[in-house]
Design a protein around this ligand. Structure first.
Ligand SMILES: [Zn+2]
Length: 165
């Protein structure tokens, strides 16, 4: 299933519908499928399958049509994904993530950090200075902390994200 390929795709769907939701999405074929059949295929409870499908529907990522069984008179719901809307949703999610990374990068680059030697927390210079370089949580000392590794990690994430767009 192309829809859940790639880490951002998966992360986005995971955030929206959770672990089981991803498995449900992965099992929706290109044409229609009933909620019952989907529950059988995945071994996930019908309730969860329905909840996931309606969540996708609310986000315009899935559509359904009702069909009445001519013999039993029962209504069946036939579900289908909307791949084109997935692309749009993923694109705006990726852009949002990119903005976050850029903000964090600016924050890391424009600040000097101090951290508790006991590992409680990290503070920017002004906060550390106001606390007289004493950790407000454990009274341990706050010491200068290099953040080149953090910057490097964020830059790598940013590169990967841009690459995936
Ligand atoms: Zn501490």
């Amino acid at each position: 299933m192309t829809i859940v390929e790639g880490t951002i795709h998966k992360a986005y769907i995971m955030k929206l519908v959770g672990d089981e939701g991803v498995r449900i999405v992965e099992n929706i074929p290109e044409d229609e499928i009933t909620d019952e059949h989907l529950a059988e295929l995945t071994g996930i409870s019908l309730n969860t399958v329905r909840r996931t499908l309606y969540l996708l529907y609310e986000h315009r990522l899935a559509i359904y049509r009702r069909k009445r069984d001519p013999d039993s008179g029962w209504l069946t719901y036939l579900w289908q994904l909307c791949p084109e809307n997935f692309d749009k949703a993923l694109e705006s999610e990726a852009k949002r993530l990119l903005r976050n990374l850029e903000e964090r990068l600016t924050y890391e680059k424009n600040n000097i950090f101090y951290a508790c030697t006991e590992g409680c927390a990290r503070f920017i210079f002004d906060e550390a200075s106001e606390a007289n370089f004493i950790c407000p949580f454990c009274q341990g000392s706050l010491e200068y902390m290099e953040n080149a590794k953090v910057v490097e990690t964020i830059e790598k994430q940013k590169k990967e994200l841009i690459h995936s767009l």
